[in-house]
Every structure is written in structure tokens, then in C-alpha cells.
Write a protein that binds this ligand. Structure first.
Ligand code: ACO
Length: 318
């Protein structure tokens, strides 16, 4: 059994920065309401010349340059996303050429909504081999394309961005102890598939999703810790999906953790679905706060409803 470590991170935030005051010009909202109820102050949207693909490529290239590995030893490139520029080819398939990956690399997109990143890591762990021990997990979301800018209860929440990690598998590395789950509940959070009715938008009953999140997250964290034989004291960081600052604070309180161990960047970027966790990891790296040997517990939750988390070590970062 091979476990994996994160050996490099990367991210890309698109150029257009939108403040709460900007949104209050198009819907009946205010900076005060958004900050108090969510913790969000700004978010990034795709700007001129930027697409889902350009974001994914930029984040992946940054992670690969930092990893400085032999690309022929990459077994898989997994993109987690609610949807890229095309239904086919997938974003991951287009990354094969852009990143100069060998053709015998498994490249595919997967959708577990906001829980996508831990799902992607678990798949990556299963795909690396002794001969080809590396995998790339890229989480890329263009939520501004799925946002109904007439609905104040959702349009203030979301942003665009991409995060990427390079992982390395080895028999000496512990299993990431991933816990992945799902509970069918389409009405509380959904995005229509292709229809003739018009654009597909995110529809969400915020309170119902909030209740789901505060119930499942502490349980998910505890299941992962139990499986790994660790306690919250063994964690260097808790990196959660950044959907609402109050959800993160609730989890920290419930787990009786020091609040400074729970990383937050929701104020700058809002909810970027599966991209939140790897972007947070890259923010930590760029702040000099992610070092080899650290243990990070990641937890995502969202549409489906889905949830997932894992405990992953950092390697190769001095
Ligand atoms: N500005 C001002 N007022 C607003 C806004 C706004 N942007 N949005 C809603 N309101 C109003 C409502 O109309 C309501 O008014 P009323 O009391 O007169 O009826 C009041 O504010 C309270 O609304 P609630 O929906 O009860 O507000 P709540 O405190 O629940 O916050 C929020 C809403 C932020 C959406 C919260 O429920 C939440 O974060 N839910 C979880 C979201 C989440 O975790 N999503 C994860 C997955 S996302 C994905 O998968 C893409």
C-alpha cells in the first residue's frame, strides 16, 4: 500500500477583483451583511482572456515547476471541477499537452462539487505506482459563470480560481486515511444540466446546507483522526472548504482546537468550490507556513450532498 505526500503547490486567481460594495450595486445587499453572515470581503472573477482552462494550466504549471520532477513519472492528472470550458475534451485531457505530460498518463475530470479535492487525492493515491510515483491534482472552478446575479442569497458567495498540488507516493508514506461520503439531497443545492430553459445557475437553500455542514464536518474530522490513530494535537493545519467563516469557527469549537490551526482565506476569495482547499494550501506555502513533515487535515463538503476529507503529510518543501 502506497501513501502520498504533497510535494508542491500552485494556484491562480483570475484578474477581476469584485468587492461587496460592487455587488451591492446590482443586488439589494451590503458589505456589512456579507461580512457578518459569511466573512467574505472580495472574490475574483474571470477577466479578459481568462478561461477555466487558462486558470487550471497556470496553477498546474506553478506546482510542477516547484516540484521539479521528471514528468514521465507522473501517473495521473486529475482535475476536480463542477465543469470546465468543454464537456469533452476534459480540462485534464487538455492539460496533457499543455503540461507536456506523456500520452500514457491518466487524465480525467471528476465532479464531487466542493468535496472534490479530497476525492481527487484519494484517487491519486490509488493511481500512483512505484515506477510512476507522482500525480497532479488540479481543482479549478469558474463559478461566476454559474452565478445568478439576480439572486442575492447566492451571488455574493462565490468566486473563481484554481489550485494544484503535486503528490508523491511511496510505501514509506502513511495512507491519507480519506473519508468520502454522500447523501442524496438534490433540492437543497443543485445546478441544472444542459437544458433549453436557459443558463444553469447555482440554486441553494443556505440554511439547510449550513445545518448539513456543521453536522458532518466535526464527525468527518473525528473519523479521519480515528482512522489515522491521531488527535487534533497531531495536526499542524486544518484546511477546510471555505464556504462560510461561521462554519469553520463552529468546527474548530466543536473539535476543541486552537483556532489558529484552522486556516482561513474566505475573506479574499469567497467560495470557489473544490478549488478552495488547494488554493489555501498554496497561500500557506507562499506565506512560509507549509513545511516538510507537517500534517494537514483537509475537509470539503457541498453539492450532492457530498463530503470528504483526509490527513496528508507535506514533503519536499523546505
Ligand atoms: N444581503 C442581504 N440580505 C440577505 C442576503 C444578502 N446577500 N442574502 C439573504 N439575505 C436575507 C434573507 O432574505 C433573509 O431575510 P429575512 O430574514 O427577511 O427573510 C436573511 O437575510 C437571512 O437569510 P438566511 O438565508 O437565513 O441567512 P443565513 O444566515 O443562513 O446566511 C448563507 C446565508 C450565508 C448562505 C448561509 O446559510 C450559508 O453559508 N450556508 C451554507 C453554504 C455552504 O456551505 N455551501 C457549501 C456548498 S456550495 C457549492 O457546493 C457550490
Amino acid at each position: 500500500m502506497m501513501g502520498i505526500k504533497i510535494i508542491a503547490t500552485g494556484s491562480y486567481l483570475p484578474s477581476k477583483v469584485v468587492t461587496n460594495d460592487d455587488l451591492s450595486k446590482i443586488v439589494d445587499t451590503s458589505d456589512e451583511w456579507i461580512v457578518k453572515r459569511t466573512g467574505i470581503r472580495t472574490r475574483h472573477y474571470l477577466g479578459e482572456g481568462e478561461t477555466h482552462q487558462t486558470m487550471a494550466e497556470a496553477a498546474a504549471k506553478q506546482a510542477l515547476e516547484r516540484a521539479n520532477i521528471d514528468r514521465s513519472k507522473i501517473a495521473a492528472c486529475i482535475v476536480t471541477t463542477l465543469g470546465g470550458d468543454y464537456i469533452t475534451p476534459t480540462c485534464a485531457c487538455m492539460l496533457q499537452a499543455a503540461l507536456e505530460l506523456e500520452e500514457n498518463t491518466a487524465c480525467f475530470d471528476m465532479n464531487s462539487a466542493c468535496a472534490g479535492f479530497p476525492y481527487g487525492l484519494k484517487l491519486a493515491q490509488g493511481l500512483v505506482t512505484k515506477e510512476r510515483p507522482y500525480a497532479l491534482v488540479v481543482s479549478c472552478e469558474a463559478l461566476s459563470r454559474l452565478t445568478d446575479f439576480t439572486d442575492r442569497s447566492t451571488c455574493v458567495l462565490f468566486g473563481d480560481g484554481a489550485g494544484a498540488v503535486v503528490v508523491e507516493g511511496s510505501e514509506d508514506t502513511p495512507d491519507i486515511c480519506a473519508i468520502l461520503g454522500s447523501r442524496s439531497n438534490q433540492p437543497v443545492l443543485y445546478i441544472d444540466g444542459s437544458t433549453e430553459e436557459g443558463p444553469s445557475y447555482i440554486h441553494m437553500e443556505g440554511q439547510a446546507v449550513f445545518k448539513f455542514a456543521v453536522d458532518i464536518i466535526p464527525r468527518c474530522i473525528q473519523w479521519i483522526l480515528d482512522q489515522a490513530g491521531k488527535t487534533v494535537e497531531d495536526l499542524d493545519w486544518l484546511v477546510m472548504h471555505q464556504a462560510n467563516e461561521r462554519i469553520i469557527d463552529h468546527a474548530v469549537k466543536k473539535m476543541q482546537m486552537p483556532p489558529e490551526k484552522a486556516f482561513k482565506n474566505i475573506a479574499k476569495y469567497g467560495n470557489m468550490s473544490s478549488a478552495c482547499i488547494p488554493i489555501a494550501l498554496n497561500d500557506l506555502y507562499e506565506a512560509g507556513q507549509l513545511r516538510s513533515g507537517m500534517r494537514v487535515l483537509c475537509v470539503g463538503f457541498g453539492g450532492g450532498l457530498t463530503w470528504g476529507g483526509c490527513l496528508i503529510e507535506i514533503g519536499g518543501i523546505s
